[in-house]
Design a binder for this molecule. Structure first.
Ligand code: MCA
Ligand code: AMP
Length: 515
């Protein structure tokens, strides 16, 4: 039995020697030191214990981004439970599935969602608490803050070993329902420490944190790298280009973002070489960064964006180098300790460098399986430890990995994954729809725009009616930006819908219009 809490120790929580150092600075003027992080997250851990949350239990959280939410997440880890973060865009129907599947001991939501989610929690046998913010400007505090003990003096973390469950992250699938990727303490700890070193984060760094904290990028990359380095962050509730420019002027050294951050910043006249002069590194991931964006950024700021590649199931796999050439259109080298190979998608046989095939990854970052879905786990995680990513790529003679496509039917919109199969299922169930195909089309802002092509059973069905019909079932970012009607979907001789033909036909839907 482990004596320490593995992830907490890797992130340096409870380390007395840095208690005075700054951790987070908020837009409303509040500041948190590392001593505050230790004290407040310990109080959250004690509150969870008081609510009966036991080691190994799941704590599901759907709350707006706040520093209180960060403390709750850290407190969950320190109490030995597993965190289950949920996108704030998910509808009640979507949450119902996750909570039913993961059976958390506790569901924490925004005060405004209490009425909608209480029946969901009750049906799953979970307790429900609400989490607001600590400000006294009329903002709701919620029930959980009132349960925190005044202090957590003498707090002892629940010991957890490297293989113990730290988090469950749901990712949709190309078939069937969403799968909960089980991340261990070592998965998260190893990745945070590796990235801190690879990207040279130190206690002097100041990260602009403008990503959501319910996915890997904002939580296990951005926040954990800051913690592991003892660095600090300018913690922003959402991404706003002007606020990023202000933060760059106010002493920030690093930014992590999805490509949409960079394309939106490029629209700002204030983005200049001078504005970026204090910055050490700009990092991009979660979706492909166009080489054109990389080049424009370099020309405007003098900085080469550092692109990396990851997945929910694996954390980060590859990264362009800190020193050395950051090659546009590539995702760099396998991270230390991570193996990346290219295999024949049909046979699984390893392919020589230079050929295009399935990217497979193995390392301490790779998850242990999908929650209660052993068959799905066996389909994607080989017995030899390699995870079949569903991304098609190649490795060049110098070792740079490039992603050239996906074998999985997936759309990535503004860094959020949307699985066409899930959207098609909901559209097909609408009255007046015969069948549908959902595709991703080039989109100037989101990279890919979710688009539906529908065959009507009722000729009077409108685009507005289709989108309105999805509101209860699907988060906004999954809903099609446009719906087109056709008499029949193009199919090949096997009867399979030819999505490539549809993508070609509607290719300039978003790019030919302004914005
Ligand atoms: C917002 N909308 C979107 C998206 N975001 N639609 C499609 N895709 C999106 N990503 C909708 C809004 O609901 C709104 O709809 C309309 O688009 C305009 O919203 P806007 O105010 O422009 O959006 P925003 O709030 O500024 O958000 C855009 C964003 C955000 C900043 C790019 O989507 C974002 O923070 N994305 C980051 C996602 C992320 O962290 N991914 C990492 C996953 P309407 O007005 O019609 O209601 S982790 C991962 O992928 C792996 C592990 C990895 O490698 O990192
Ligand atoms: P998620 O399921 O949200 O973890 O998304 C993971 C997927 O995002 C990967 O399988 C890739 O398809 C994609 N992805 C992440 N980073 C990059 C990148 N730098 N370039 C291209 N695709 C990426």
């Amino acid at each position: 039995m482990s004596e320490t809490n593995h992830l907490s120790a890797a992130l340096g929580l409870g380390r007395a020697d840095r208690a005075e150092r700054p951790f987070a600075s908020l837009a409303d003027g509040r500041r948190y030191s590392y001593g505050d992080v230790d004290a407040v997250s310990a109080r959250f851990a004690e509150a969870l214990r008081g609510l009966g949350v036991k080691p190994g239990d799941r704590v599901a959280v759907q709350v707006e981004k706040s520093i209180e939410a960060v403390m709750l997440i850290l407190g969950t880890i320190r109490a030995g439970a597993a965190i289950l973060p949920l996108n704030t865009g998910y509808t009640t129907a979507e949450i119902e599935y996750f909570v039913g599947n993961a059976e958390p001991a506790l569901l924490v939501c925004d005060p405004a969602r209490d009425a909608a989610l209480r029946p969901v929690a009750e049906a799953a046998g979970a307790r429900l608490e609400t989490l607001g913010v600590w400000r006294d400007d009329g903002a709701a505090h919620g029930s959980l803050l009132a349960l925190l003990p005044e202090t957590a003096a003498g707090f002892a973390e629940t010991p957890r070993g490297p293989d113990d469950l730290a988090a469950i992250l749901y990712t949709s699938g190309t078939t069937g329902r969403s799968k909960g990727a089980m991340m261990s303490h070592e998965n998260l700890a190893s990745n945070a420490l590796t990235l801190k070193d690879y990207w040279r984060f130190t206690a002097d760094d100041v990260l602009i944190h403008a990503l959501p904290i319910f996915h890997t990028h904002g939580l296990f990359v951005a926040t954990n790298v800051v913690l592991a380095a003892g660095a600090s962050m300018l913690f922003r509730e959402r991404f706003e280009p002007q606020s990023v420019l202000d933060d760059m002027a106010a002493g920030a050294t690093a930014l992590m973002g999805v490509p949409t951050f960079y394309t939106r910043l490029l629209e700002e006249p204030g983005l200049t070489r001078q504005a970026a002069a204090g910055m050490r590194v700009f990092i991009s991931g979660s979706a492909p960064l166009l080489a054109e964006t990389h080049d424009r950024w370099h020309a405007r700021t003098g900085h080469a964006i550092l692109e990396r590649y990851g997945m929910t199931e694996t954390g980060m796999n590859t990264s362009n180098p800190y020193d050395g050439e950051r090659r546009a259109g590539t995702v760099g080298f396998p991270l230390p300790g991570v193996e990346v190979i290219v295999t024949d998608p049909a046979s699984g046989a390893r392919l020589p460098d230079g050929q295009i095939g399935m990217l497979e990854v193995r390392g301490p970052n790779v998850f242990s399986g999908y929650w209660r879905m052993p068959e799905k786990t066996a389909e994607e995680l080989r017995a030899n430890g390699f995870f079949i990513t569903g991304d098609l790529g190649t490795i060049d003679a110098r070792g740079y990995v490039s992603i050239v496509g996906r074998s999985k039917d997936l759309v990535i919109s503004g860094g959020y994954n949307v699985y066409p199969k899930e959207v098609e299922g909901v559209i097909d169930a609408l009255p007046g729809v015969a069948e549908s195909a959902v595709i991703g089309l080039p989109h100037p802002d989101f990279g890919e725009g979710v688009t539906a092509v529908v065959v009507r059973a009722d000729p009077a069905l409108t685009e507005q009616a289709v989108v309105a019909g999805l509101a209860e079932a699907l988060a906004r970012f999954k809903q099609p930006k446009r719906v087109f009607f056709v008499d029949a979907l193009p199919r090949n001789t096997m009867g399979k819908v030819q999505k490539a033909a549809l993508r070609e036909r509607y290719a300039d839907t978003y790019t030919s219009r302004a914005g």
